[in-house]
Ligand binder design. Structure first.
Ligand code: C5P
Length: 206
């Protein structure tokens, strides 16, 4: 069983993906971490975001076994991730490892922006998780400020709107709800209710 979970920044798709993976004992890949790892390297090496061959080379050489989720979940790295994710050559370099992960025997859960549309269009279960920009910004603000990042509610909302715009309008694999994806809008739902909704969807689809 492949479970594909997509949605915009800070929608809670990762929470839903982790819960389903634990429930069904499936391996889980947070594909945003791949783009974050490339973005972090671009920042660390001081590369130019227009240096397509260098950025595609970083993506091709990514060591997925050693991704440090904590270090990669910062505001600046998220911004860099969404910039490298616009580049078709970077996306191409990351496709095979995501497809191989999805197609391992026994199945997998993947979350990102293009799992149900590009990486695993054959997935039995597709869920699109979203919430209003204000609800997502409030959650992301709580997360980043708890970690000591110098953010304000307004700056986080602006970043979310900018990320939404960039992720949805890019030519290469834009953020899209697959036609056969079920929607969870969790603007008014807490974590447990979102997970319960996702479990109902899986039960219905399998
Ligand atoms: O989900 P997360 O915020 O960690 O993703 C970081 C960035 O990586 C997103 O803004 C998006 O541009 C990009 N991304 C993508 N395709 C995916 C996962 C993430 O373009 N499958």
């Amino acid at each position: 069983m492949i479970i594909a979970i997509d949605g915009p920044a800070a929608s809670g798709k990762g929470t839903v993906a982790r819960a389903l993976a634990a429930h069904f004992r499936l391996p889980h890949l947070d594909t945003g971490l791949l783009y974050r790892a490339v973005g972090a390297e671009v920042l660390a090496r001081g590369l130019d975001f227009s240096d397509v061959p260098a950025l595609a080379g970083l993506a091709a050489a990514l060591d997925v076994q050693n991704l440090d989720g904590e270090a990669l979940r910062t505001g600046p790295v998220g911004e860099a991730a969404s910039r490298v994710a616009e580049i078709a050559e970077v996306r191409q370099a990351l496709i095979d490892l995501q497809r191989d992960f999805a197609r391992q025997p026994g199945g997998a859960v993947l979350d990102g922006r293009d799992i149900g549309t590009v990486i695993a269009p054959e997935a039995e279960v597709k869920i699109f998780v979203t919430a209003s920009p204000e609800a997502r910004a409030a959650r992301r603000y709580a997360e980043l400020s708890a970690r000591g990042e110098p953010v304000t509610p307004q700056s986080v909302l602006e970043d979310i709107l900018k990320r939404d715009q960039r992720d949805s309008s890019r030519a290469a694999a834009p953020l899209l709800r697959a036609v056969d994806a079920e929607l969870i809008d969790n603007t008014e739902l807490d974590k447990q209710a979102s997970i319960a909704r996702a479990l109902e969807i899986v039960a219905r689809r399998t």
